[in-house]
Design a protein around this ligand. Structure first.
Ligand code: COS
Length: 388
């Protein structure tokens, strides 16, 4: 399908495809087995300017916005959803600064984030505050010209490999979600350490770690926006980062699908390639259709973000929900096409199935996306009824 992409966007897409094929595919199984973080690939991505894609030109970026981000994430994820995540999660950690930081904060950090010198992470989730993110307990107390942070963030992607974190913490706990604030915390801040590293089912090349704050002191100027703005900043960030997760899901689905098509053409049973059986070709047809539908939703949402549309919660949740479900369905079907071989770790598709599962869970579960979409649908219907 032709999405009318600009020359620059096509260039980024093709470059990402090349890196994925030449550099990521050969090492993805190794990182899946060992769980080692792919530092050499991050270095390559940095050298090839990938971390500049979504950052404004003023701060050393390429200014290719959400569309550049989703295209690069999709292509890298075709080869390995886990390795691509080091890149995509840096975008998530950078977004609060990109959209809500002041000029001085942007000048200080964005050039190093754009060059890939610093990876980033986003700290919202806590052991007792997952879907109910407003229940976070991590606190930030103002003392003179510093904030003192206490608490634990967990399941943090890029935790322990990033140097730059945006952390959402309570500055006024009595106000619940409305008392939270957003902060920049650098690796090495006094009182900041890494806790448990997760041993995960999939996306094993990515680092997922606890962030521990014990009287962690950061300069007061590291507050993003104003006190009390933390929750809306986090929600707006997720609205803009969810298409990135959706693109990861899309890449995983496309990667598994490509393997399934190739295998179905060369696997002979009953004297014919299995692709000639309707049972298989209809499955491939459904997989291809769902993948293309997901791509349409994602690119549409990315275009809305780049056009500056303010309220994109519904479209963002829709593409994340749909692409996550498609990734799970398509990768499961890809294993089915491979039959017994699909269940074996000697073949690549079982990894895609394990990698796909997280896309229905993180950055808001499929259930939370449905709840966001449901609220938006009802709000729109109520507004239309009022206007009559
Ligand atoms: N953009 C801007 N502001 C938003 C917003 C959005 N998308 N969504 C909510 N807010 C604001 C609301 O307007 C409200 O502000 P006011 O008090 O000024 O009106 C405030 O945030 C609280 O909103 P709400 O009452 O809807 O919050 P809830 O506690 O009901 O939570 C959900 C809403 C469930 C949508 C939210 O907690 C969520 O997204 N949870 C999933 C978290 C998640 O994705 N975690 C993944 C980890 S990060 S990788």
């Amino acid at each position: 399908m032709d999405y009318n992409l600009s020359e620059e966007l096509l260039m980024i897409r093709d470059l990402a495809r090349q890196v994925a094929d030449e550099r990521i595919r050969p090492v993805s199984a190794h990182h899946d087995v060992t769980g080692e973080f792919p530092w050499d690939i991050m270095k390559t991505l940095a050298e090839m300017d990938f971390f500049r894609v979504y950052i404004d030109e003023e701060f050393g970026g390429l200014g290719l916005g959400a569309m550049g981000l989703v295209l690069a994430t999709e292509e890298l994820s075709k080869a390995c959803g886990g390795i691509a995540l080091g890149f995509a999660a840096t975008a998530l950690g950078t977004m609060p600064l990109l959209y809500h930081g002041n000029q001085a904060q942007k000048e200080k950090y964005l050039p190093d984030l754009a060059s890939g010198k610093m990876l980033a992470g986003f700290g919202l989730t806590e052991p007792d505050a997952g879907s109910d993110a407003g229940r976070m307990k991590t606190s930030a107390r103002k003392e003179g010209n510093e904030y003192v942070l206490n608490g634990v963030k967990h399941f943090i992607t890029n935790g322990s490999v990033a140097k730059f974190y945006t952390i959402i913490a309570q500055t006024n706990p009595s106000k619940g979600a409305r008392g939270a604030s957003a902060f920049i915390v650098e690796e090495g801040a006094p009182g900041f350490s890494y806790g448990k590293k997760e041993d995960k089912m999939g996306i094993r090349a990515s680092a997922t770690s606890e962030l521990v704050f014990e009287d962690c002191r950061i300069p007061a100027e590291n507050l993003i926006g104003r006190e009390g703005m933390g929750f809306p900043i986090a929600m707006r960030t997720l609205d803009r980062s969810r298409p990135g997760v959706a693109a990861q899901a899309l890449g995983i689905a496309q990667g598994a699908f490509d393997h399934a098509v190739a295998y179905s053409r060369q696997r002979v049973q009953f004297d014919q390639p299995i692709s000639s059986f309707q049972g298989i070709s209809f499955k491939l047809a459904d997989m291809a259709t769902k993948i293309e539908a997901a791509r349409g939703l994602i690119y549409n949402c990315a275009r809305m973000i780049d056009a500056g549309v303010k309220d994109i919660s519904m479209e963002s949740a829709m593409c994340k929900l749909y692409a996550g479900d498609v990734a799970m369905e398509v990768t499961t079907d890809a294993v089915q096409v491979f039959g017994g071989y699909g269940y074996s770790k000697e073949y690549p598709v079982e990894k895609y199935m394990r990698d796909a599962k997280i896309t229905q869970i993180y950055e808001g579960t499929a259930e939370i996306q449905r709840s966001v979409i449901g609220k938006a649908v009802i709000k729109k219907a109520a507004a239309e009824a009022r206007a009559k």
